[in-house]
Design a protein around this ligand. Structure first.
Ligand SMILES: [Ca+2]
Ligand SMILES: [Ca+2]
Length: 195
């Protein structure tokens, strides 16, 4: 009985999570000798994209990734890559060998439009596009008070922006009042001079 209850408790959050989240899709890109099919992929967070290398030229491998600083590698800050992709593998002797890059988009930090590079071992390179959008599902927004990730930070930021705007408004109102006051005094002085 207790274990059944425990099981239910464990399953419930998973079920509710699945119910509100976007149904994950998997996109496949065929990495060829001269191009990718398709050359551009549009997906959203929770989707998966897999790049299959079918370039069977001898000793030619591919590495696909984001080269932010353009130095022809993928090991700098904010960069990511597939690792070396072969067209075929001898897994008996090389268990680390890969023919595909299965890229699971499981982090909202990845949202953005990327121009990835496919660096081939023969020294050539092509650009491919990967557009990652947010998983927006308006019918199932989190309830007020519920938090996803670092929302505390966001709230603080909004409050800070708001308070600085209010200060600016106050300053402008004060300046306006001062000017109006000054103008009134000037007007009064002119009237008094005439009369
Ligand atoms: Ca780099
Ligand atoms: Ca580098």
């Amino acid at each position: 009985m207790r274990s059944a209850l425990l099981g239910l408790l464990l399953i419930l959050p998973i079920l509710s999570g699945v119910a509100v989240a976007h149904e994950p899709d998997t996109f496949t890109v065929i990495v060829r000798e001269d191009r990718h099919d398709p050359a551009e992929v549009n997906l959203i967070v929770n989707d998966t994209v897999q790049y299959y290398n079918v370039d069977s030229r001898e000793n030619v491998t591919h590495i696909i990734g984001l080269d932010l600083n353009g130095d022809n590698d993928f090991d700098d800050e904010g960069e990511f890559s597939s690792g070396v992709l072969h067209s075929e593998c001898d897994w008996d002797n090389d268990t680390d060998c890969r023919v595909a890059w299965i890229f699971v988009i499981n982090d909202t930090a990845l949202v953005g439009n990327y121009i990835l590079s496919d660096l081939r071992s023969d020294g050539t390179e092509i650009e491919v596009r990967l557009n990652i959008g947010e998983d927006i599902h308006p019918t199932s927004l989190p309830e007020i008070g519920e938090c996803f990730g670092d929302c505390e930070e966001e709230e603080e930021e909004t409050q800070m922006k708001r308070s600085s705007q209010t200060d600016l408004q106050k300053a402008m109102m004060l300046a306006g009042m001062t000017m109006f006051g000054g103008a009134s005094v000037l007007l009064l002085a002119m009237i008094m001079q005439r009369s």
